[in-house]
Every structure is written in structure tokens, then in C-alpha cells.
Design a protein around this ligand. Structure first.
Ligand SMILES: *[C@@H]1O[C@H](CO)[C@@H](O)[C@H](O)[C@H]1NC(C)=O
Ligand SMILES: *[C@@H]1O[C@H](CO)[C@@H](O)[C@H](O)[C@H]1NC(C)=O
Ligand SMILES: *[C@@H]1O[C@H](CO)[C@@H](O)[C@H](O)[C@H]1NC(C)=O
Ligand SMILES: *[C@@H]1O[C@H](CO)[C@@H](O)[C@H](O)[C@H]1NC(C)=O
Ligand SMILES: *[C@@H]1O[C@H](CO)[C@@H](O)[C@H](O)[C@H]1NC(C)=O
Length: 507
């Protein structure tokens, strides 16, 4: 081999190792909670060993967020068992044919009660999406009824019956699915799980009208972006390839529109809403596309107004029930700037836990192996461990239920009201017996140490944060987290190292 070739090869290998972040150590997730010593947070942490073990992405490629995301988008999940469910449908007031799939559990849940997880998938996805099928299968194995909302228009073979597709933040469909599930399975306790855009819908649904939270044990939000108006300009700036992802999402969305153009782009509909079809096919970003179609269809005055109405960030502070929020630092679709929202939620809401992993990409979270990952993703394991923690706490009468006997307040802008939930069990919050060990000094080897993380990025739980953190504080805080600032202690944050690591989690 000529020296030049050898040098070129060495350079190539170096870049590859750099690009794939191969040398980065596996790290435990960062966990944020308002009061780490509260009984609820302690119990959840104890019952979710996955939260204090390092997350090991596939050695060769798993530490690159782009590769994780592309593997998710192109290959889905490994060795999934396609679950066998029953499709239900319901005609919405505007004539839309809403469908959802319902899957019975393989065995009764060990608590002896009936629990149901409703999954709200990501943009354009449905019960046929592999990551959803994988979650459904795990739920069935553990004894949960699983339900998947199929976003309107996402099942290409199913004809639309009204001239509209799903929207980023429309909650009527989720409310209707919930009501149907409560009708089919009266007495079933609900957990809502949203992925990406579906997580935006779940949090918006819960927060826009607090009565929606009654009868829901907990919610999980995975890899969502909280505020479209804020996220889109950052993504479109090409930083970290964002523009590429926007383009791909736009093309996917155009394909869905194309599949239903008979309904959506009938000459009657185009005339009525002043829709210029050319602009739809020419769009190369979501805002261009939405400006050409959805904004007109739904009667908004601008794309900014549409996005503002669709985004969940304004409603998150109203969520009082237990909430688990998961994001990955290397998610190429969710810019870090957006993480101020989950940080703020974890800072102010006592039952919100925000989990931030270093790796995982967008809905990737593949784990283990050198090249071929294991059958279970980290995200599936976390969602299942958390659901188990919630249902066990509930059955022990220890789950916080802020809306147990509250006179329900209905916010004026809510369009859809969900009937009272007969199934709500009168469990009480057990007394705070703080017999769970406080955070210790001896930081386990497995947790992310300060050195690995850089100065301020310890494996920590934020606790004792001043309860009136402003947006400015949070901005400073997240800058500290993500590089430019130096420390988190400026806003009076006390960081505690997570203690003991427990046995390997089993699904
Ligand atoms: C490699 O890891 C660093 C630190 O976690 C991260 O900022 C960067 O985006 C990663 N690179 C890739 C290509 O994922
Ligand atoms: C789900 O969404 C991903 C990402 O947008 C996309 O690649 C995939 O095709 C979608 N799956 C289905 C079944 O529509
Ligand atoms: C993964 O799934 C495949 C196919 O179902 C199975 O043959 C294999 O044993 C599984 N691997 C593990 C580690 O469970
Ligand atoms: C609605 O969808 C269901 C499920 O695919 C289908 O059986 C039904 O015929 C549809 N209803 C209408 C009015 O299209
Ligand atoms: C937070 O604000 C409230 C009302 O503005 C005030 O009563 C309270 O003392 C403040 N708490 C702290 C810790 O500053």
C-alpha cells in the first residue's frame, strides 16, 4: 500500500470513529425532578432500575443520533411480533372515520386490575408502524390492554370520509378514542403514551382542559418538540442536518396528501378554501406545506397562528398527574433549545420526571450489541418499567391522584368534553413515610461521573430548585447543560448524584 493510500485510510478511519462517536462512554440518563426525596419520585426511581443504569447503544453506530434516527425510519424494529388486534372505528362529528386498534393482553395484569395503555403515534404513523407494534407487543406481554390511535389519513388504504387529515395538535381524536376505550372496557385504568407528534397531542389534550386528566393514571411523552414555531426555524437553519429532516418529513406528508387527494383536493374543497394545489407539491418544508393546505383548510390566519394553536408547550403547566418525559440529546429532529419546556415542567410540577439520554436519536433508542442491536429498545423498556411502577403504586394506594375529587374546572377554549369516568378508583395517597434512603455520597461507577460529562453535566437530579424559576433562569440553566454556560449552581440548583444501581432490568 502506498503511504498516501495508508494515510488516506487512516484519516478515513479517524473520521469514522469521530463521526460515530465510538469512543464515547455509555452514560446513564440525566433525571430531573422537582423533589427527588418525595415519596413518588423515590418510588418511581426504585421501581425503574433502567434509570440508574448506563444506556449502551449499539457499539459501532448507536452513538450517532443520525444513524439511530435513520435506522428507525428505514428499518423500524428488529424481530417484532406483529400484534393481532381488532380495528374499531367511529364517525366523528365532521364525518371523519376515526379508527383505532385494540389489543387484548396475553395474561391478566398481576395487580388483578385492568390497565390500558393508549398509544398516540408520531407524524403519519399508526398501528402498522414497527415501533408501535413493538410497544403493543410488550404491553400485551405484561398484561395491559393496548390501544393505538391511527392518525386520520395515515392508513393509506383507508379512504378518508371527510376532507381533512390529522393535525399536529388536534386532540378530538384522542378524546374520542379514550371515550370508546372506556365504553368497551369500563373500569380500565388508563396510561397515555405519545411518541413525537403523538406526544405533543397527548400533553396538549391533558393540559388544555384539566378535566381530561381525571381517570388517567399517568402519561408518557417520547421525543417530542413542544413548540413548532420555535423548532422549525432552528431545524431549517441546516444546523445538524435539520433541513434534511424537515425535507424528508415534508415529502412524507406530501405522500399522505397525494394518497387522499381525491378527498382533500376536490375542486369543491380547493375553491371553498382557496387552496393552490401547485404550492402543495412545490413545498419543501412543513411550513410551506401547511401554509398551502392546513392553514386554509382549518381557517387560521397564518402558519404561525396555526402552529401556536397546535403546540403543547402552553398547556404543559396545567398537567398535574404523573408524567414521564423522555428526550435524547442527539435527537436531530428536536433541537436542544426546546428542552427548556420539559426542564421547566420537571422544575415546577411535583409528579413530572424528565429523563434525558445522551444517545438514542429520534425514536431510535436501539441498544446493546456490536452491530446488531438487541430485540428490545431502551425506550420500550423505560415505558414498560414506568407503566409497571405506576400501576403498582396505584394498586398499593400510593399513586398521586390530583383530580380524585376535584370539582372539575373546564377551560373556556376546550371544544370537546369527555364524560365522567365511572371507573376512577378511590385510592388515597399514602402518608409520606420517608423510609427510602436519601441520595448518598458514594456515586456508583455506573452512573455518569462529572469527568465523563464535562464540568456541570453530572448524573444528577435537580432538587431544591427555587420554585420560581423564570424563563431566563431556565435558559441559563439549559445553556449550562448543553455547553455554553459553566454551571447549574447559578440559579440555586442543588445537584445530587443518583445512588445505587440495581440489577439488570428485565422486560
Ligand atoms: C457525539 O457526541 C457528542 C456529545 O454527546 C454530541 O454532541 C454529538 O452530536 C455526537 N455526534 C454525533 C454525530 O452524533
Ligand atoms: C412513520 O414515520 C416515519 C418517520 O416520519 C416514516 O419514515 C415512516 O414511513 C412512517 N411509517 C408509516 C407506517 O407511515
Ligand atoms: C430476538 O428475536 C428473535 C426472533 O423472535 C429470537 O429468535 C431471538 O432469540 C431473540 N433474541 C433475544 C436475545 O431474545
Ligand atoms: C370506517 O373504517 C372502518 C374500519 O376500517 C370500516 O370498516 C368502515 O367501513 C369505515 N366507514 C366508512 C363510513 O367508511
Ligand atoms: C414564588 O412566588 C410566589 C408568588 O409570586 C411567592 O409568594 C413566593 O414566596 C415565591 N417563592 C420563592 C421561593 O421565591
Amino acid at each position: 500500500m502506498s503511504p498516501l493510500l495508508a494515510a488516506a485510510f487512516a484519516l478515513f478511519m479517524y473520521l469514522l470513529v469521530r463521526l460515530l462517536n465510538i469512543t464515547h462512554p455509555a452514560a446513564s440518563p440525566l433525571i430531573y425532578a422537582k423533589d427527588r426525596s418525595s415519596q413518588f419520585v423515590q418510588s418511581v426511581l426504585d421501581m425503574c432500575p433502567i434509570l440508574h443504569q448506563p444506556y449502551h447503544p449499539p457499539f459501532l453506530w448507536g452513538k450517532n443520533g443520525h444513524v439511530q434516527t435513520i435506522v428507525y425510519a428505514r428499518m423500524g424494529r428488529l424481530n417484532i411480533q406483529v400484534p393481532d388486534g381488532v380495528r374499531h372505528s367511529k364517525i366523528m362529528p365532521d364525518g371523519a372515520n376515526l379508527t383505532f386498534d385494540l389489543y387484548e393482553p396475553f395474561r391478566p395484569h398481576p395487580t388483578g386490575e385492568s390497565h390500558c395503555i393508549i398509544f398516540c403515534p408520531g407524524i403519519g404513523n399508526n398501528s402498522e408502524s414497527p415501533y408501535i407494534q413493538s410497544l403493543v407487543h410488550h404491553s400485551q406481554q405484561l398484561g395491559y390492554v393496548a390501544v393505538v390511535l391511527n392518525h386520520l389519513g395515515s392508513l393509506k388504504k383507508l379512504r378518508l370520509t371527510s376532507p381533512r387529515l390529522f393535525t399536529y395538535g388536534g386532540t378530538e381524536e384522542l378524546a374520542a378514542v379514550r371515550a370508546e376505550v372506556e365504553r368497551i372496557h369500563p373500569g380500565c385504568h388508563l396510561i397515555l403514551v405519545g411518541c413525537s407528534m403523538g406526544a405533543n397531542i397527548v400533553l396538549k389534550y391533558l393540559g388544555e382542559d384539566q378535566s381530561h386528566q381525571r381517570g388517567i393514571l399517568a402519561a408518557v411523552s417520547v421525543n417530542q418538540g413542544y413548540d413548532v414555531n420555535k423548532a422549525l426555524p432552528i431545524l431549517k437553519s441546516w444546523r445538524d442536518m435539520g433541513r434534511f429532516y424537515v425535507y424528508v418529513m415534508t415529502e412524507n406528508q406530501k405522500q399522505i396528501i397525494q394518497a387522499h387527494q381525491e378527498q382533500l383536493l376536490s375542486s369543491e374543497n380547493k375553491e371553498k378554501h382557496d387552496i393552490d394545489e401547485q404550492k402543495i407539491w412545490q413545498a419543501t418544508s412543513l411550513d410551506e406545506l401547511d401554509d398551502a393546505l392546513s392553514v386554509r383548510l382549518f381557517g387560521y390566519t397564518s402558519v404561525e397562528e396555526y402552529y401556536r394553536e397546535m403546540s403543547c408547550y402552553r398547556h404543559i403547566p396545567n398537567i398535574k398527574i404523573p408524567l414521564l418525559i423522555l428526550n435524547a440529546e442527539d435527537d436531530p429532529v428536536v433541537p436542544k433549545e426546546l428542552l427548556v419546556y420539559p426542564l421547566k415542567a420537571a422544575e415546577t410540577q411535583p409528579y413530572t420526571i424528565f429523563v434525558l439520554t445522551k444517545h438514542g436519536g429520534h425514536l431510535g433508542f436501539y441498544e446493546r450489541g456490536f452491530f446488531k442491536p438487541s430485540n428490545h429498545t431502551w425506550m420500550d423498556r423505560l415505558i414498560m418499567e414506568y407503566s409497571e411502577a405506576i400501576t403498582n403504586l396505584y394498586s398499593d394506594g400510593k399513586l398521586p391522584q390530583p383530580f380524585k375529587d376535584l370539582g372539575v374546572s373546564v377551560s373556556p377554549d376546550s371544544k370537546l368534553k369527555v364524560g365522567d369516568v365511572a371507573s376512577w378508583k378511590d385510592a388515597t395517597i399514602s402518608k409520606m413515610n420517608n423510609n427510602i434512603a436519601p441520595a448518598g455520597e458514594d456515586q456508583d461507577k455506573e452512573t455518569r461521573t462529572s469527568k465523563e460529562m464535562g464540568d456541570s453535566r453530572n448524573n444528577h437530579i435537580l432538587s431544591g430548585m427555587s420554585s420560581n424559576l423564570t424563563d431566563e433562569d431556565l435558559r441559563a440553566h439549559s445553556e449550562g447543560l448543553f455547553g455554553s454556560g459553566d454551571s447549574l449552581t447559578g440559579s440555586g440548583l442543588v445537584l445530587e448524584a443518583l445512588k445505587k444501581s440495581t440489577n439488570t432490568a428485565q422486560l
